[in-house]
Ligand binder design. Structure first.
Ligand code: MSP
Length: 651
């Protein structure tokens, strides 16, 4: 019988090099899911990789005077090392610079160009370089990138467009007909309300200014938009449109694209539209998980350094606490689908409470008691009593509960089920008091039964933990005399053979002195920070200086606002009529959140009068009103302090 296939993907990572524990989240979850499905006997293909093209890399490499690949290669090696440390067992690591991927992207563009879904036009919009994403005026948040809050820049160029708008009704229908397609449900509302309902615009899918990318075969001046390039990895990795597309035929459509919530819109809108245009089936599911936060903000290297002294470096964390502990924390701590705060204290408490106390103790106490009372030889079980039956029912029922949670991709719940068995077994020790049974020769058979049942619980918990923890379960199984490779088919209670040698294990998860460790970590992070600013300073570009002649190029004049209204369909823009001496000008400014039109009328303002006129939301703007803004987001118009006639020059 043909095995069920399971194709699971992580996003492909930007080669930033600033890897932190937040980056590990998506991929560790996928790894646990892939391992779980493999253990179910399915034919799994697990894909991850790197997203290497685009402006950011081009710029970084240029500033260092090296080629993009010279810049990227060591970072890719670092990322692979990180996955290695975390035991991430992918089936392919794709790089968007891989030759087969590049060829596939070119063929995809060609196909869409031939079918008319890609056409030539002119692009004008706001571009966020760090996110490599484009925004319309209306999508900006206070004039900044709505995803990361950083400054955006206006870009205009001849471009190719993808007919995204044409697919909006089909995407809406896809969500309606397949509630499982996009999860959790809240992400559907986000997509519908923020993007689909306001209306999709056709998407600019080529650039001429960024040359570090996939060249379009039908117009070599143009390079593929990085998101189309990146999303295509999910099919290029399987050989789509190549001479050998056996993997594609076998594994596509994807069973799951697991992604962070900030990139859901690319996966749940652009990607299905591209697939529809290519005439391909869409993935079965896209899951947009939450973020690891520090101080309420998305964990990112730059922000985190400014906020708190938390250790977030995955290499250092694995070095200190081991692969299993880091994986366990990521898989257990954050309620699935939501954001979760990251602190070293939480990590250490999790390790101590669950791994050292609950599981570690169960394993070591069971092995120690078998050693002490039976010379390390597993006793045979005799008749079961009510307590035994209760424990066995929990052990035998655990797998179905774990499976149900994993079907919902919910690793925290799955682990909670396994630890419910661990807790039940620990309680069973307290209830049966083996140390008292050992004192009474007539209770020897009962003692044997109790220890056998405990050893079975250890074995079953270890097998169930295998998709999540990659080191301890095999060690434990081995020391309990079972096959390290035991899978879900070995879960029936009673699998252990009486007489098996049970070896005493060194503590699998040593208890950590939290106070001491936190102090050490704090000192470590502070020391790292002290080193870093110096590095950063050396690399920091000098602030640009201008001469008085440069400044004189800006013409600033005092104006008086004589009329003002809101710009239609915009909650940010005001349209002012400004009298500057004898002249009257139309000016649009993004200050509607700070001033009402009524407040503006009569105000004396400073206007940049020699800016090239532009149209914003269809309204002509012939200048810019100067404002000041502080770090807390307070905004104030810049006005002459004494009454001055309009038209006066500002120097
Ligand atoms: N290159 C794009 C994805 C293209 S997929 C066709 C990208 N890369 S990324 O390196 O920025 O992010 C990779 C993954 O790390 C994403 O799923 C992202 O959500 C995840 N995380 C990065 N920081 C995170 C947290 N602080 N918390 C949880 N996951 C986060 O996006």
């Amino acid at each position: 019988m043909e095995r069920k296939k399971y194709y699971i993907t992580t996003p492909i990572y930007y080669p930033s090099g600033n890897w932190h524990i937040g980056h590990c989240y998506t991929t560790v979850i996928c790894d646990a899911l892939a391992r779980f499905h493999k253990m179910l006997g399915e034919d799994v293909f697990f894909l991850t990789g790197t997203d290497e093209h685009g402006q950011k890399v081009e710029k970084e490499a240029k500033s260092r005077g090296i080629t993009p690949l010279q810049f990227i290669d060591p970072l890719v090696a670092q990322l692979k090392e990180m996955w290695n440390l975390l035991d991430v067992g992918y089936d392919r690591f794709i790089r968007t610079t891989d030759e087969d991927h590049v060829k596939c992207v070119q063929k995809i563009y060609e196909k869409l160009y031939e079918s008319g879904d890609i056409y030539k036009s002119e692009y004008s919009g706001w571009y966020c370089t760090p996110c490599e994403s484009m925004w319309t005026e209306a999508q900006l948040k206070d004039g900044k990138c709505p995803d990361c809050g950083r400054a955006v820049n206006l870009q205009k160029e001849e471009s190719y467009f993808f007919r995204l708008s044409k697919y909006a009704p089909r995407i809406l229908k896809l969500y309606e007909d397949n509630p499982e397609f996009l999860q959790p449900k809240s992400r559907v509302n986000e997509m519908v309300n923020n993007f689909l309902k306001p209306g999709l615009q056709d998407l600019c899918v080529s650039r001429t200014t960024v040359k570090w990318g996939v060249q379009l075969p039908f117009d070599p001046n143009h390079y593929a938009y990085v998101w189309i390039d990146a999303l295509s990895n999910y099919i290029s990795a399987l050989g789509y449109l190549s001479g050998d597309d056996a993997l594609f035929r076998k594994y596509w459509e994807a069973d799951l694209h697991m992604v962070g919530k900030e990139i859901v819109r690319f996966h749940a809108i652009i990607w299905p539209a591209i697939l529809m245009a290519l005439g391909l089936p869409v993935p079965k599911q896209i899951y947009g998980h939450g973020w690891l936060l520090i101080g309420g903000e998305k964990l990112s290297k730059s922000k985190q350094d400014a906020v708190k002294c938390e250790l977030t470096d995955p290499y250092e964390l694995v070095k200190r606490y081991g692969t299993d502990a880091v994986r366990y924390f990521l898989l257990r701590e954050i309620p699935f689908g939501s954001d979760g705060e990251y602190t070293n204290e939480k990590l250490l408490n999790r390790i101590n409470a669950d791994l050292a106390n609950d599981f570690g103790n169960l394993v070591s106490r069971t092995a120690a008691m078998i050693g002490q009372y039976f010379g390390g030889e597993l006793p045979a079980p005799a008749a079961r009593d009510g307590l035994d039956c209760e424990l066995i029912a929990v052990a035998e029922g655990a797998f179905e509960k774990v499976r149900a949670a994993m079907e919902k991709l919910n690793a925290p719940d799955a682990l909670a089920e396994i630890f419910a068995l661990v807790s039940r077994a620990n309680k069973y020790i307290d209830e049966t008091t083996p140390w008292l049974l050992a004192k009474d020769e007539t209770k020897r058979e009962r003692l044997g039964t109790v220890l056998y049942n405990l050893a079975e619980c250890v074995r079953i918990a270890a097998i169930l933990l295998k998709p999540f923890l990659t080191k301890a379960p095999a060690l434990i199984l081995k020391s309990f005399g079972c096959d390290e490779g035991a899978g879900f088919d070995a879960l029936a209670f009673g699998g252990l053979k009486a007489g098996a040698k049970i070896e005493k294990l060194p503590p699998v998860f040593p208890r950590i002195d939290v106070k001491k460790e936190l102090a050490e970590v704090d000192a470590f992070v502070r020391a790292m920070k002290r080193e870093k600013p110096q590095e950063a300073k050396a690399e920091e570009p000098k602030k640009m200086e201008i001469t008085i002649d440069d400044f004189a190029k800006v013409e600033l004049k005092v104006g008086e606002v004589i009329a003002c209204e809101r710009v239609e369909k915009s909650d940010k823009l005001l349209h002012e009529t400004v009298k500057i001496g004898e002249e009257v000008r139309s000016v649009v400014s993004g200050i509607a959140k700070y001033y009402t039109p009524e407040e503006m009328v009569g105000k004396k303002v400073v206007v940049v009068t020699n800016l090239k006129p532009v149209k914003l939301r269809g309204v002509l703007s012939e200048g810019m009103i100067l404002c000041a803004e502080d770090e807390n987001g307070n905004l104030s118009l810049v006005s002459p302090e004494k009454p001055l006639a309009s038209g006066g020059a500002v120097r």
